[in-house]
Design a protein around this ligand. Structure first.
Ligand code: OGA
Ligand code: MN
Length: 297
């Protein structure tokens, strides 16, 4: 019997009483899947998972992605995307260290964006007994529900373009700016032309109905959305800024303070998320698996 404890007001719950390293029976898996879609973000403490075990558990939710950033995949396990500020013996980054600088939903720029991501904490930076590098999750379904009727009508038929290309260029520029300010960052490669060309921009509805829960949410995010379709850029920027400010109000957010051995999963359709870069040069190492979702319309 699993135990589910809701923590955030609109998203975030702890699930206890499960060992994810062993194959789960159908009933237990169904309980976890229900709790996951209902709470939008769930986590399990004290898990001891090999990459293969993390892959085996998350694969039960669907097809796993191998990330477009090949240099950040774990050697021998293409489905694990490494997030870390650590360097290998040659001084080369062992993973992506800039993931999550902006509010975003994983792979939302793809024709088939991610359904969910699972992040396993291998090394967590701790300073003076306090864990650093929290991750924040904002429920887009709660944000949608809280819109006025007039605002719901305003956004109902809007479409937006998600652009991996613009995101990588924006991220790279932000990183360069950090360096100029003297904030140490791992020397990340500028996105390669191949990477940029491999993911074309995608147009999709602003209001997205969740395929499992049927809840409506706002599928726009500051990391990947480049603009709203069919209006001047300045007007689009203004409306997006208002919506982002609404969506990231504290009441919609669950903030996770990591412990080694946490496996945390979030619903990329129902929530967006953001990292905190307050720990460098303390080492942080996380392994992510990413489940593909249905195509956007
Ligand atoms: C991710 C991500 C944030 C973090 O794994 O997709 O955005 O805090 N991570 O590491
Ligand atoms: Mn992310």
């Amino acid at each position: 019997m699993i135990n589910v404890t809701r923590i955030g007001k609109h998203c975030g719950a702890e699930i206890s009483g499960v060992d994810l390293s062993v194959p789960l029976d159908e009933h237990t898996f169904a309980q976890i899947a229900n709790a996951f879609f209902d709470n939008e973000v769930v986590f399990f403490r004290n898990q001891q998972l090999t990459p293969a075990q993390q892959i085996a558990f998350t694969r039960r939710f669907g097809t796993l992605e191998a990330h477009v950033r090949k240099e950040s995949r774990l050697a021998g396990a293409d489905e694990i995307f490494v997030l870390s500020n650590k360097l290998d013996a040659n001084g080369k980054a062992i993973g992506a260290q800039d993931a999550g600088r902006f509010w975003h939903s994983d792979l939302s720029y793809k024709r088939e964006p991610s359904m969910l991501s699972a992040l396993y904490a291998v090394e967590v930076p701790v300073k003076d007994g306090v864990a650093l590098g929290n991750t924040y999750f904002a429920s887009t379904t709660a944000a949608y529900n809280a819109l006025s009727d007039a605002c719901k009508q305003r956004v109902e038929h809007l479409r937006n373009v998600h652009s991996y290309r613009e995101y990588r260029l924006k991220n790279y520029a932000a990183q360069q700016q950090d360096e100029r300010r003297g904030i140490r960052t791992v020397q990340e490669h500028a996105p390669t032309p191949e990477q940029l060309a491999s993911v074309p921009d995608t147009e999709m509805n602003v209001v997205r109905v969740h395929p499992v829960t049927r809840r409506k949410g706002l599928f726009i995010n500051e990391g990947h959305t480049s603009h709203l379709v069919g209006m001047p850029r300045a007007q689009s920027d203004q409306l997006l800024a208002r919506l982002y400010a609404h969506m990231t109000q504290p009441e919609f957010i669950y903030g996770h303070s990591w412990r080694v051995g946490d496996l945390l999963m979030w619903d990329n359709i129902a929530v967006q998320h953001k990292a905190t870069f307050d720990y460098d040069p303390l080492p942080r190492l996380m392994y992510r698996t990413t489940v593909r979702g249905p195509a956007v319309v």
